[in-house]
Design a protein around this ligand. Structure first.
Ligand code: KIV
Ligand code: ZN
Length: 525
């Protein structure tokens, strides 16, 4: 095993969470951060503090609570952003400020279009270097650990990129993030760029090169690995590869490629890979991003053999068709089944094995829901538990709570729904309505009772485990008047109830965000 390490920089809670439509609450972020610490990530990018009060709060909480990884916050090369990062990270044992700006001509011309940055592209490029230096020096007042990103490096003019890198190292940057922001690079070319940075930037020995690749052409992992092969010693990635557009490099794939092919890479990481499946499932459950069954390393079928020849071969000698052991990435061979007789203690134990650490009060809530499900289903699988726990830690301030719902539908009848909803301040709201189907009728009743009519963008339902008594998980996406998107989820063995819960969850998120509209100076990167 190689002793030289590649640092793993996790950005699930920042770039991953930027993925369209997915938003985590502060409590959910803390739970994911705890699991990432167990997984052994070296750096945990907890958020973009200036972007919203909630992001600030999440970074601050994670910095205070999470031990182990360096806790990092993102900022643009803007003083107010860096100050927000510095403040949010103040309680971290080890903190990092990640600052930077765009370096490709397209980014500079577009983002620095205003004449205050210079009249010509050349002047704007000089100004960008000045801004980069100022930002790094300012960040160094908060921490010695400053990472600089040169956004859109994959399309930048290499000579200019080297110039920026040299300047920010001189200003005090200790890590250089070379992002292929648009997923434009090809592994051969990206590897060459990293190698050239190692040769052409004169003070490069004072910094670590990091790679940050996006998957627009499906090459984020390949590009990251090409970077490692050519001298990068930090990889930025997300669990399940979630992230902007097509996503970021998937951590589980990068790490397992490096580990499985040490003969080629001759480096290793500090990652505790047995935590991969657990982490993947937690992120998928809380963000509502379903992991495809054929996903490398963590997909449900990643270690399933079905054709006769393969099954026969694996049974005779595992290595015939398997290059990794399922147990090395925490893939379970047997699914654990709990029943109503399992008891609170057994339930807590299983939840801890799944990576969740709940307070006594949270456990009480989950136990109550668990008994309801166990009564209906007889056997409760890990997937069911994950859905229940998701409901619990996802819980936002409940502006509206569904107390009662009744829906009638059938051949030849007009689907009708009636709901009774309790508000945060104890009022009871009731309404009954007809609709095109049972879900539509329930949603119309909810709209009438709450007086909230967000645009419904998307509705889906999936069965969590098999069988007719399976739990159903409904996901809805709604949009408020300002075009802001909210995702809600609900689970129940009754799919109409799951659908109603999902709708109310989304409305609660929308209501919770109403106080979160602090105007910010262009918080988009
Ligand atoms: O993709 C990108 O360029 C980024 C930077 C902000 C690091 O996410
Ligand atoms: Zn990115």
């Amino acid at each position: 095993m190689s002793s030289e390490k590649v640092m793993v920089f996790d950005t699930t809670l920042r770039d991953g969470e930027q993925a369209a439509g997915s938003r985590l609450g502060v409590r959910e972020k803390l739970e994911v951060a705890r699991q990432l610490a167990r997984l052994g990530v070296d750096v945990l990018e907890a958020g973009f503090p200036i972007s919203s009060p909630k992001d600030f709060e999440a970074v601050e909480l994670i910095a205070k609570e999470i031990q182990g990884p360096i806790i990092c916050g993102l900022s643009r090369a803007v003083i107010a952003d860096i100050d927000a990062c510095g403040k949010a990270l103040a309680k971290a044992k080890r903190s990092r400020i990640h600052t930077g700006l765009g370096v490709s001509d397209i980014h500079i011309a577009g983002k620095f279009a205003d004449d205050k940055y210079g009249k010509t592209l050349g002047e704007k490029k000089v100004k960008a270097i000045e801004m980069a230096i100022t930002a790094v020096k300012h960040a160094r007042q908060y921490t010695d650990d400053v990472e600089f990103y040169t956004e859109d490096s994959g399309r930048a003019e290499p000579g200019y990129l080297y110039e920026v890198l040299e300047a920010v190292i001189d200003a005090g940057a200790t890590v250089l993030n070379i992002p292929d922001t648009t997923g434009y690079a090809i592994p051969y070319e990206f590897g060459k760029l990293i190698k050239q940075i190692g040769k052409k930037v004169p003070n490069i020995d004072k910094a670590t090169i990091s790679v940050h690749c996006h998957d627009d052409l499906g090459m984020a992992v390949a590009n990251s690995l090409a970077g490692v092969r050519n001298g990068a010693r930090q990889v930025e990635c997300t669990i399940n590869g979630i992230g902007e557009r097509a996503g970021n490099a998937a951590m589980e794939e990068v790490v397992m490629a490096i580990r499985t092919r040490q003969d080629f890479f001759d480096v290793d990481t500090n990652i505790n890979a047995v935590e991969f499946c657990r982490t993947s499932r937690m992120v998928s459950d809380l963000l509502g991003f379903i992991v495809p069954p054929n996903k490398a390393v963590v997909g449900g079928n990643a270690f399933a053999h079905s054709s006769g020849i393969h099954v026969d071969g694996v049974l005779k000698k595992r290595e015939t068709y398997e290059i990794m052991k399922p147990e090395d990435v925490g893939a379970q061979k047997t699914k654990v089944v709990l029943t109503a007789r399992t008891g609170r203690h057994g339930l807590r134990h299983r939840l801890e094995e799944m990576g969740y650490s709940l307070s006594a009060e949270e456990l009480d809530h989950v136990y109550e829901s668990f008994l309801v499900v166990a009564d209906k289903k007889k056997e409760v699988f890990d997937e069911d538990l994950a859905a229940l726990i998701g409901d619990e830690v996802r819980m936002v301030n409940e502006a509206y709570h569904l107390e009662y719902m009744s829906v009638t539908s059938g051949t030849g009848t007009l689907p009708t729904g009636a709901v009774k909803i309790r508000t945060e301040d104890g009022q009871t709201l009731q309404a009954a309505a007809c609709g095109d189907g049972p879900v539509d009728a329930a949603y119309e009743a909810i709209r009438q009772a709450t007086g909230q009519s967000p645009k419904l963008d998307h509705y889906s339902i999936r069965s969590i485990t098999g069988g007719t008594e399976a739990m159903g998980e409904a996901t809805v996406r709604i949009e408020n008047e300002a075009g802001r998107v909210f995702i809600g989820r609900g689970v129940s063995t009754d799919i109409i109830e799951a659908s109603a819960k999902a709708y109310i969850d989304a409305i609660n998120r929308m209501a919770a965000a109403q106080g979160d509209n602090t105007p910010l100076e262009n918080p988009k990167l």
